[in-house]
Design a protein around this ligand. Structure first.
Ligand code: GDG
Length: 472
């Protein structure tokens, strides 16, 4: 069996439970193959005198049978590659937010420099038979940079965030360079059929790609395969967390504390893609138009701090704080606060208890690759008395989770009505919906995601993908 090499911007120590389902799933495959996980160390370190960023050492550490290898970044590289191009250009545009993109011409060079640095450092650690799996928007040009150094290993890529329609993608200066980078992989995976379709439409319209069938394309003089591989969660691991002492304790405490109310829950990174102000407006609309919800419904919103050094994030923080404050000010009573908002990260072991104690989950991003919170909420429910998922139609998860209450988060009134419906949904209907949702998340769990992607990548013929490798 070939060794698996995972490459991502940040790596997680798979032995730590806080790492989450994705790290756990990747760790399982990495463990089986004695694999390697490569990425940024998370540290910013300036080169020693006389050295350059290219001399950065690789830190190697053994975590069980998995090898973790990381590289530090300089401040200039971090600013251009991470803050600038990845999170100032790709993140907003891929989430359809051209208005928030900062197309500073200097960023792209830093983005490319770090991808080249990673490629050079990784190459030295590779064995001929390794299968390489690169993750996410920070590292789109990795395969092309590895190819340029002579790497002939099989390389796959998975995009965790959405891919926008061709005309939005084409607004990025150098979009053709990025897509050429994608086409240097042997297999490119997307979260949803919609994202996959955007890729196909782009390469047909802009690069005259020829459809070879079965997701394979002839483009830029080579063959690339693409498909949708919706990511899932480790359902069993999450059920285990729900029934573990900390999960149960959180559940009991929350149930007791809110015994007179129905709880609604939102758990998101504080990010403009997650639609938090729109969600608060919908909740306010509910309170305005359904007085019976006063004193009886409480929304707990966890907004975990995220990318606080990117400026668009402080705007969303202030908007959210002001909305929560005004809702509580206008509707709250001495013994009832409609919104409990926490700008903190909650321990992972406590999340399932909070989900289980909640009657309704609000997962209403304006755009999301998948959204794992939706799946975690389903997995944490008591099947005999389950809660209801209100889900944005613009989350990748909406393609799979048809039995949720699907909403358009831009439509305040309809979202408020869906929340109202969810709060009142009879037990029979909640059970039927939950049962169907549970079947879907069990079938398409994180192991299915890993296995189906790696199976396809393993079968993608390196010979067929062919040379010459694309030079970016
Ligand atoms: C990207 C894509 C795609 C959140 N707050 C806390 C906390 N979380 C955990 C959740 C969940 C994860 O973080 C968030 O996952 P999402 O899927 O919602 O979103 P992104 O972080 O934006 O991830 C997304 C994902 O990649 C995977 O491909 O689904 O579309 O944007 O697991 O539980 N965890 C803890 N405390 C918190 O306060 N411990």
């Amino acid at each position: 069996m070939s060794r698996l090499v995972v490459v991502s911007n940040r790596i997680a120590d798979p032995r730590k439970t806080a790492a989450g389902g994705l790290a756990v799933a990747l760790a399982e495959v990495l463990n089986n193959t004695g694999g390697l996980w490569f990425g940024w160390s998370g540290k910013i370190v300036e080169p020693a005198e006389g050295a350059t960023a290219a001399d950065a050492p690789v830190h190697v550490q053994q975590a069980g049978s998995v090898k973790l290898a990381t590289v530090d970044l300089t401040q200039a590289d971090y600013d251009a590659y991470y803050l600038g191009y990845s999170n100032g250009v790709l993140w907003p545009v891929f989430h359809y937010r051209l208005d928030l993109a900062d197309f500073d011409a200097g960023y792209i060079a830093g983005y490319r420099r770090v991808n080249q640095l990673f490629a050079r450092k990784l190459l030295a650690l590779l064995e001929p038979d390794d299968i390489i799996w690169v993750h996410d928007y920070h590292l789109i040009p990795m395969a092309a940079e590895l190819r340029a150094l002579g790497c002939t290993n099989r390389i796959g890529f998975f995009l965790h965030i959405p891919l926008p329609p061709p005309l939005i993608l084409a607004a990025i200066p150098g979009h053709d360079w990025l897509v050429k980078g994608l086409c240097s992989y042997d297999l490119v995976g997307f979260q949803s059929n919609a994202d996959h379709e955007h890729f196909c439409r782009y390469i047909q319209a802009e690069a005259h790609a020829q459809d070879l069938g079965d997701g394979r394309w002839r483009v830029f003089n080579r063959t690339v395969q693409a498909g949708a591989f919706p990511i899932g969660i480790d359902v069993e691991e999450f059920e285990g967390l729900t029934n573990a002492p900390e999960g149960r304790e959180m559940y009991e405490k929350t149930k007791a504390e809110y015994s007179r109310r129905k709880l609604l829950v939102g758990v998101d990174r504080l990010d403009y893609s997650k639609g938090l102000p729109q969600r608060m407006r919908a909740f306010r609309h509910l309170l305005q138009n359904h007085p019976e919800t006063h004193n009886s419904a409480t929304l707990i919103q966890i907004a975990s701090p995220s990318r606080e050094d990117v400026s668009a994030y402080s705007d969303i923080l202030h908007e959210l704080e002001s909305l929560c404050g005004s809702i509580n000010g206008n509707f709250g009573e001495l013994d009832w606060m409609p919104v409990r908002y926490m700008h903190r990260t909650m321990a992972r072991a406590r999340l399932p208890g909070l989900y289980r104690a909640s009657r309704v989950a609000l997962v209403t991003p304006l755009r999301d690759g998948m959204n794992l919170v939706a799946k975690e909420f389903i997995a944490a429910q008591d099947a005999a008395d389950p809660g209801v998922l209100v889900l944005s139609r613009f989350a990748g998860a909406a393609e799979q989770l048809k039995e949720a209450l699907l909403v358009n988060p831009y439509d305040t009134e309809n979202t408020a009505n869906a929340i109202h419906l969810a709060l009142q949904m009879p037990l029979d209907e909640r059970r039927v919906r939950h049962d169907a949702l549970m079947k879907t998340i069990r079938r398409y769990d994180v192991h299915w995601w890993c296995d189906s992607f790696l199976d396809k990548l393993g079968k993608a013929s390196a010979e067929e993908s062919g040379t010459p490798w694309l030079r970016l």
